[in-house]
Design a protein around this ligand. Structure first.
Ligand code: GLN
Length: 482
């Protein structure tokens, strides 16, 4: 068995028992990356020497001791590039560790590599990366999803033991679904955003992409908890996220939202998800049909609120403070204009223009304010649902991985990739995607993801449901066979 096919937990166990060194894990990854990544392009860069230096210092007895963790290119790691897969941050090197990075280190992990992504996390396929798309390990003519597509791809392809991504509207869960790994979006405020480059500050959360549910819990144990550097982080007690794994689902009530089984849902995805629902029912959960009546407004509301916040957040990239700067300009305004024209890609510009428009006087009330009101209704839908059920189960993505290039000329069809994930961000609740089957296409197996949504701060229950499902199925063990 290849070292790199181990889970985070398994690799850590070997390091702890001194059967494998952290350095060997780094070298194993580098070897696998050299072999596989030219085809997958999951990493933008990595620094072997720095990783080895960190590996030598890592304490093998800590919970993540000695294990390298891949990091999406929008989370600061001191001394490493942090470019958000954008030209405008080319050459920018992080001057500090994000809180999650510091916490990974404190748990013994070795931050490793910069995972590819859609520019500034805007997208669902990694095709908006300024440095070329990542490919899906199950079929390299298809996208790994996005925006954390590089992170999902390297985990699925055994080029990483686990990774950290970010999720603003689905960017952890959707690529996890399309690549056949586990992706968890924590409750808003559960994990500090300090040192995460902001896209839409009221929606962004950092979370794990892993090979199984236990690894997701392990990473959550390391990164969760209040942080004085992020005033939106919650001062709530952090449970041991491993505690409810293995407890089973009997006695739990799971809600099946009728609005999530709609036209446009790929029948192969529907079959796999309905199969998973039956499976959970056989394991002892009771399945209840529920309604989330404002679901149909989630997409349009998200595409007002997220761009509005993005347009404000991205104002800071002016060519003075960070990274790229246009040459040969005539004066300050020309400098700003040309730097932003040359530095941002088309999707990022589209979001800035949309966001500026919906916030401008005259349109603010009609769009932004109204979207905020609808957001409250969406949130209330979930509050009502969680009065009836312990967790909600539904598809993660309406389709399996789509072809590279298939949706790049049609932003709306790209936006639809997140139709089932973005409501959780709007409501601030937590959600996880786990593998629940395959769709066959062109002689290839394409993973399907099951999404489990939970109450705010109740990651433990969705991990419990996810682990019960995972422990009695084999989907998560399948490998793309690169
Ligand atoms: N695909 C969505 C968007 O483009 C969500 C991205 C994300 O979660 N970062 O906004």
């Amino acid at each position: 068995m290849e070292l790199t096919s181990l889970t985070l937990y398994e690799a850590q166990k070997l390091v702890r028992a001194k059967q494998v060194s952290s350095r060997e894990l780094v070298d194993g990854l580098v070897e696998s990356i050299e072999k596989i990544d030219p085809e997958i392009h999951g990493y933008l860069s990595y620094d072997r020497d720095q990783a080895i230096a960190d590996a030598e210092k890592a304490d093998p007895n800590l919970p993540l001791g000695g294990v390298p963790i891949a990091i999406k290119d929008l989370i600061n790691v001191l001394g490493h590039p942090c470019g958000c897969a954008s030209k405008i941050l080319q050459g920018y090197v992080a001057p500090y560790d994000a809180t999650v990075t510091a916490r990974l280190r404190a748990a013994g992990a070795v931050p490793f590599g910069r995972a590819n992504m859609d520019e500034f996390a805007m997208g669902s396929s990694t095709e908006n990366s300024a440095f070329g798309p990542s490919k899906n390990p199950w079929d390299v003519t298809r996208t790994p999803g996005g925006s954390s597509g590089g992170a999902a791809a390297v985990v699925a392809a055994d080029e990483a033991f686990a990774a950290l991504g970010s999720d603003t509207g689905g960017s952890i869960r959707q690529p996890a679904a399309l690549c056949g790994c586990v992706g968890l979006k924590p409750t808003y405020g559960r994990v500090s955003r300090f040192g995460l480059v902001a896209f839409a500050s009221s929606l962004d959360q950092i979370g794990p992409l892993t090979k199984d549910v236990r690894d997701a819990a392990l990473l959550m144990n390391a990164i969760a908890g209040a942080d004085p550097c992020d005033s939106t982080s919650l001062a709530e007690p952090v449970p041991d996220f491993l505690a409810k794994l293995g407890l089973g689902v009997s006695g739990l009530k799971l809600g099946l939202p009728k609005e999530y089984f709609i036209d446009g849902l790929d029948p192969r995805v529907e079959n796999a998800v309905r199969g998973a629902v039956d499976h959970l029912s056989n394991l002892g959960a009771s399945i209840v049909e529920i309604s989330l009546p404002h679901t149909e407004y989630a997409l349009s509301t998200y595409y007002i609120i997220a761009p509005a916040e993005a347009s404000a957040n991205l104002a800071r990239f002016d060519g003075v403070r960070y990274g790229f700067r246009a040459q040969g300009v005539s004066g300050l305004l020309d400098h700003y204009g040309r730097t932003r024209e040359e530095g941002f890609g088309p999707e990022v510009k589209r979001r800035i223009i949309l966001g500026t428009y919906v916030l401008s006087s005259g349109y603010y009330d009609a769009y932004y304010l109204r979207a905020q009101k609808v957001r409250t209704l969406i949130r209330q839908d979930f509050v009502n649902a969680f009065n009836q059920v312990d967790a909600i189960i539904c598809p993660t993505s309406p389709t399996p991985a789509f072809k590279l290039g298939e949706r790049t000329n049609d932003p709306l069809s790209m936006y639809l990739a997140d139709i089932f994930t973005l409501a959780a961000n709007m409501a601030g609740i937590c959600g996880i995607s786990i593998p629940c089957g395959f769709a066959q296409e062109d002689g290839k197996k394409l993973p399907v993801g099951l999404q489990i949504l939970g109450r705010a701060l109740d990651e433990s229950t969705i991990l419990q449901v996810a682990s019960a499902y995972e422990q009695s199925t084999d989907w998560h063990k399948a490998k793309p066979g690169l």
